[in-house]
Structure formats: structure tokens, C-alpha cells
Design a protein around this ligand. Structure first.
Ligand code: URA
Length: 484
């Protein structure tokens, strides 16, 4: 029996190095015991220095990209069997490169389930982290948050916070690892405890107790520190003259952003959904709108999930007669997890109120569920989704249509019309009359409310608003006609 003692809980390169050695030596999966730093026996054991080669050194076959994609995520799962399971699959891949395509294979099902659980945990971390502000007597503000993940997701999720809160100094502490961003570089250190992070916004005294203890360089010595620069910054933090002006300028806006981000987490009751190897839910496994709402948080049908905070699913009664479909969530919607709550949402709310449509009776959603944007300084600038992204996301819109069964659908803007009609759409040609879709549902097409916000000329804006309201009045009349 061979024992492999890993130094890291979730380091793919380390596991891969060991697995390759074992493979080369022809060591079968059931001859290996894997231990990580959390395994009790692991504390007292050492890896065997040399693996006795069973006969010839074997060539290691090329591994399918799907395995390379899956394995780092599986390694972040907390199941102690993850290392052995991955090694067994790697071993089997040497004889059959296609096993990952067999969605019913028990090992493949397990791997896919573990990767899904890790991805969901990473989404949860993005949605549930709440930063506390810590201010020292120079006015320097830093932020810290405590999070207890079910899986080892800090390293894979921290870059998201780096992108989102670039201008701040922040720390995220978890029991197994902490992440630290000093405004320049991201570093990881030992885990901590809940007491390392103040329970409320704190002043300098508290900072000394908590923050200093989290980022005591001694605790970071084993960390995977990316640069010398980072160490220098930690040591200098109490003086902080270099960074303070930078931070002060951005302070209020960032604090507001954090509070907004924390205000509306998505549902944490993410229902377990079996996934096939590319980790997408099979349509047959989603049997209700609630299932779809939960499953969309794991969507990777297109790359937009990578930078968005969360998927924003539709909202409204599950049996609404009218479904409004916009383009994609904007900045505020992305943070809050709700559709049409930002500036475009305000225009929309006002217009439907004018014509007498009650928002609480309609279902409001988007053609694309993740926010597409380009970071520009601290701003996230809206980018129009492309045809591929719209097509990929149609899966979710179709589910919403299937469960809500609206009698009337309203496309707000060209992207929604394109998704619903399956071809490019010109609003001016389509507005003003009902269109019957293939399944018999009636579609109305009108402008996107954000179009009204972009019209510089006041007269023109008034005219377009009136046209928008007239379109909505047609919808109202059609709906009333159905009711009578
Ligand atoms: N624009 C949209 O299309 N949808 C939203 O939810 C917000 C802005």
C-alpha cells in the first residue's frame, strides 16, 4: 500500500504531480491511500520517498480536457475521498479516454456532483460575504469578512472579490484559509476564527485586536504570496500614508457598493440537481420554476457567469398571465439578484403604472441571466449580449415560459425579441400589433426602457415615452380582453 501525504487541501498541481508519479509506476488506485493536511493520520505520516516501480515505467497518456477542467474543482470539495476518486478516474482514462462522456458511469456521476457542489459554494461565497469596515486613526479604512464554506473555495473565488473591490483593502477569513487584497496583490494565508473579524464596523482599537491578528506576517509565512510587494504593504499598513489617499477617495462609494452587494443574496436553498459531465442540468431534472431558479445559479452555458455576481432569474407570480422579458440584468440587478430594479426598472415601473398594469401581478425576467459588462475603473459598463449568449440563455427563458405559462409575452427591446423570435428583430417594424409565436402564445414587442433614458432631446424623449406607454396599453387591453 502506498501513502501519499499532500501538503495542500486543494492544490491541483500538487495532486497531479503525485498522481503522475503513481501512474508512471503502475500503482493501481486501490493500492494508494491519500491523505491531506486535515487527515488525522496525515499529521504523523510522510509520503513514501520513492514509489517502487512495478515493472516498466509506464507512459502517461494525454488526459482529456474535460478532466483538466473538472479535477481542480473536485479537489476543492471537502470529501476526503476526492483525491482517490480522481486518481481512479485518471487510471481508467488510460485505458478508455471516453469514460467522462458516459454520464451514467458512477465515478463520473460522483465527479460531476462534486464539481457542481463546489461551484455552488463559490457562488454562495460571492453572494453571502458581508464586509465589516475597520477604520484606524489615520482614517484608513479596511474591510474584513468571515465566511464558513462547506468546501475549499476561497482560492478559486477570491479573484472575483479582487475584480469587484479593487480599490479597497480587504480580507476574507475562513476556517481553513484567508485571502487578503492590499490594493495591489492577492495573497492567501492561514485560516482564522470568527473572532478574527469584528462583528460590527470597528474603530482602531478593534482593528488592533482583529485585523492585525489576521494579517500578522508570521501567520502568512506559509502563504502562497504572489509578490514581495505584498509583504511590504502589510508591514507598512499601520502608517499607510501611501495608500490612504487612494482609499479615502473611493471609500464611500465602495462602502455603498458592499452594502448593496450584501443586501440581497440569492436563494441559499440551492437544490441539488444532478448534472452531466459538462455540469449542466438536464432539462428533465428541473421539474418546477423553483428548481430552475436554483439551478440557474450553477449555469455555465456561456462565459458570462465568470464575472457576474450571480444569475438573476425572473420574478413574479409563477402563474402570471403576462411575462415581460428584458435584455439582461444591469449593475444593480446583478448585485441584488432581482430583475429591473435599477434606472431602467424605474422607467418600466412608472410606465406600467401609467397604463394600469400592476407589477406584482406580472412576471418580469430577462433574455440573458448574467450581467455582461466591461470594467472601466470602478464602473462596470453594460455590454450587449451577443447572439451566442442569447441562444445559450434561451434554455432558462424557455423553462420560465414552460412553468409560468403566460398568456402574453412582452419583449422589451431587440435582444428579448431576438431571443423569443429566434431571429434578429427591428422594434419599429414589430411594435404595435400582436405576433403569435409557434406555441400559440401572443407576443408584443416594444422598446427597452433604457432606450428612453438615453434619448438626449427632451421632446423626442417625451414622444418615445408616449409610444412606449401606447405599446403597453395595447398589452393591457389584450390582457383585459382575455380576462373577460
Ligand atoms: N435591463 C434589463 O434588460 N433588465 C434588467 O433587469 C435591468 C436592466
Amino acid at each position: 500500500m502506498h501513502t501519499v501525504v499532500l501538503q495542500s487541501l486543494n492544490d491541483f498541481d500538487e495532486w497531479r504531480g503525485q498522481a503522475r508519479e503513481l501512474l508512471r509506476a503502475g500503482v493501481a488506485p486501490d493500492e494508494v491511500v491519500w491523505r491531506d493536511p486535515k487527515s488525522e493520520a496525515g499529521l504523523f505520516e510522510q509520503s513514501e520517498p520513492d514509489i517502487a516501480h512495478a515493472g516498466d515505467v509506464r507512459p502517461v497518456g494525454a488526459v482529456p480536457p474535460a478532466f483538466i477542467e473538472l479535477a481542480p474543482k473536485v479537489l476543492c470539495h471537502s470529501d476526503p475521498e476526492r483525491f482517490g476518486l480522481l486518481y481512479r478516474v485518471l487510471w481508467r482514462l488510460q485505458a478508455d479516454r471516453a469514460i467522462l462522456e458516459v454520464a451514467s458511469d458512477p465515478d463520473v456521476v460522483r465527479l460531476a456532483g462534486m464539481a457542481s457542489a463546489v461551484r455552488r459554494e463559490s457562488h454562495k461565497m460571492k453572494a453571502f460575504i458581508r464586509f465589516k469596515s475597520i477604520v484606524d486613526d489615520t482614517g484608513l479604512e479596511r474591510f474584513a469578512a468571515w465566511f464558513e464554506p462547506d468546501h475549499y473555495v476561497v482560492e478559486m473565488t477570491a479573484p472575483f472579490f479582487e475584480r469587484r473591490f479593487t480599490g479597497m483593502i480587504w480580507a476574507i477569513v475562513t476556517p481553513y484559509r484567508s485571502a487578503y487584497w492590499d490594493g495591489q496583490s492577492l495573497a492567501f494565508g492561514e485560516g482564522g476564527t470568527r473572532a478574527d473579524v469584528p462583528s460590527d464596523d470597528a474603530v482602531e482599537g478593534d482593528w488592533k485586536t482583529y485585523f492585525a491578528s489576521i494579517f500578522n506576517p508570521a501567520r502568512l509565512k506559509v502563504a502562497m504570496m504572489k509578490s514581495e510587494m505584498a509583504v511590504k504593504y502589510w508591514r507598512n499598513l499601520p502608517e499607510a500614508e501611501l495608500i490612504a489617499p487612494l482609499i479615502r477617495g473611493a471609500k464611500q462609494a465602495e462602502q455603498a457598493m458592499i452594502k448593496r452587494a450584501a443586501s440581497q443574496p440569492p436563494s441559499h436553498h440551492l437544490k441539488r440537481v444532478e448534472r452531466h459531465i459538462i455540469e449542466q442540468p438536464e432539462p428533465t431534472e428541473i421539474v418546477s420554476l423553483a428548481d430552475a431558479r436554483a439551478a440557474v445559479q450553477g449555469c455555465q452555458r456561456c462565459p458570462l457567469y465568470e464575472h457576474a455576481t450571480q444569475a438573476v432569474f425572473g420574478e413574479g407570480p409563477g402563474d402570471a398571465d403576462i411575462m415581460f422579458v428584458g435584455e439582461q440584468p444591469g449593475d444593480q440587478e446583478d448585485l441584488a439578484g432581482k430583475p429591473f430594479i435599477g434606472p431602467a426598472g424605474k422607467v418600466f415601473d412608472a410606465a406600467i403604472e401609467v397604463v394600469g398594469i400592476d407589477r406584482s401581478r406580472v412576471y418580469v425576467t430577462n433574455a440573458v441571466k448574467h450581467f455582461k459588462f466591461e470594467p472601466r475603473g470602478k464602473k462596470r459598463i453594460h455590454q450587449r449580449p451577443d447572439a451566442g449568449e442569447v441562444q445559450a440563455c434561451k434554455f432558462w427563458l424557455n423553462l420560465e415560459r414552460a412553468f409560468v405559462k403566460p398568456k402574453v409575452i412582452v419583449a422589451l427591446g431587440a435582444t428579448a425579441a431576438q431571443s423569443l423570435l429566434g431571429k434578429t428583430a427591428t422594434i419599429s417594424k414589430l411594435r404595435g400589433a400582436p405576433i403569435t409565436l409557434e406555441d400559440g402564445i401572443v407576443l408584443f414587442v416594444t422598446n427597452h426602457p433604457s432606450y428612453l433614458l438615453r434619448i438626449p432631446d427632451r421632446e423626442m424623449a417625451k414622444l418615445e415615452s408616449a409610444k412606449f406607454e401606447a405599446d403597453l396599453a395595447l398589452v393591457r387591453d389584450y390582457w383585459r380582453g382575455l380576462e373577460n
